[in-house]
Design a protein around this ligand. Structure first.
Ligand code: ATP
Ligand code: MG
Length: 331
């Protein structure tokens, strides 16, 4: 069975963007692959976090992974910082990465700009992709289901794997990226030219998976739309309506073509009310499943077991990396 790896940062409560770009794919793929899902808290500290909030989000994220439909008996769910191999492998991969290639990452440029306005830019933000490469390569993952925004990081992961394989020893599987058919990049509700992000300062820009369902419907109704009145998918000229069509399609599995014909002749207002209802009922069901997991008291056991399984696999790869690079003593 081939291996799959993916991660989500506990940098906030995941959004419907994260659901459609990441979690929904995970549940569709869990039967086909030996699947490792990670709560990447070490990635989250590349931007300032409140210590208690971070811990709370880490637990909440576990419940959200499970509520998305992952079966804890089939998959391995764990917290990144609890598996020491990630930081070790990241260091080794930093030593085969070039500053120039890390500086070219658009996520680094975007987040660095934000940080620079407040204080200096921390080094972790620059080396983020080497940690992400470590996450993936440690498990010999052949597929990485993520949103479109991660393409550049995945490409760098492939480059680093190949470079390491050529320079030291052929130990890494070069992974492929996988995007969902619909919803690989959900845009912000108040600026449809920007990606929806859970760490956005403006809560009106996203729908969090734990938003009050009625308040979420309201956010949809007040989402920025475009000039004109037709409900058609046209990313260039109608980024707002196109984004809402993608959300609708992703949550209902109705094709965009079907939605366009269902809403032909209807107003933006009617369409947004209908999508608001879709979002409201989706969140109501989703949150009931989150609560079930929280109440079950099983989350810590699932994460403990996940840590053991992940460590066993990742430690072996770290040993191979160290041997290839000549670190430590002969074993
Ligand atoms: P942050 O703002 O802290 O970076 P984020 O919302 O970008 O948070 P991440 O934890 O960085 O979330 O990413 C988790 C997963 O969700 C990744 O697979 C990423 O590609 C995907 N993802 C993030 N934002 C979107 C989006 N707007 N649409 C679709 N997928 C997304
Ligand atoms: Mg992100």
């Amino acid at each position: 069975m081939k291996t799959l790896f993916s991660g989500v940062q506990p940098s906030g409560i995941p959004t419907i963007g994260n659901y459609l770009g990441a979690y929904k794919q995970f549940t569709e793929l869990q039967d086909e692959y030996d699947s490792y899902f990670c709560i990447v808290d070490q990635h989250a500290i590349t931007v300032p976090q409140d210590r208690l909030k971070l811990r709370e989000n880490t637990k909440t994220l576990a419940a959200i992974y499970l509520a998305s439909g992952l079966d804890p008996d089939k998959i391995t769910l764990f917290v990144q910082s609890e598996v020491a191999a990630h930081a070790k492998a990241s260091w080794m991969l930093q030593c085969v990465s070039y500053i120039g290639e890390l500086e070219r990452m658009t996520q680094f440029k975007d987040k660095a700009q934000k940080q620079n306005a407040k204080e200096g830019i921390n080094v972790g933000l620059l080396t983020y992709p080497t940690l992400m490469a470590a996450d993936i390569l440690l498990y010999s993952a052949s597929v990485v289901p993520v949103g479109d925004d991660q393409d550049q990081h995945l490409e760098l992961t492939r480059t680093l794997a190949e470079r390491f394989n050529n320079r030291y020893n052929d130990i890494f599987t070069v992974p492929e990226v996988k995007h969902p058919e619909v919803g690989g990049r959900i845009m912000s509700l108040n600026d449809p030219t920007r990606k929806m992000s859970k760490s956005d300062d403006n809560a009106k820009s996203y729908i969090s998976l734990l938003d009050d369902p009625k308040a979420a419907a309201k956010k949809i109704r007040s989402a920025v739309t475009d000039s004109g009145s037709e409900i058609i998918f046209d990313k260039e000229n109608k980024p707002g309506i196109s984004n809402l069509l993608v959300i609708y399609s992703g949550l209902t599995d109705k094709s965009i073509k079907t939605l366009e014909s269902d809403y032909a002749g209807k107003s933006y207002g009617e369409f947004k009310v209908a999508l608001g209802e879709v979002v409201e009922s989706f969140l109501t069901d989703f949150q009931a499943r989150v609560n079930e997991y929280v109440d079950s008291g099983r989350i810590d056991d699932i994460l403990d077991e996940g840590r053991e399984r992940a460590s066993r696999k990742a430690d072996k790869m770290v040993e191979k990396m160290e041997r290839a690079m000549g670190l430590g003593r002969k074993r």
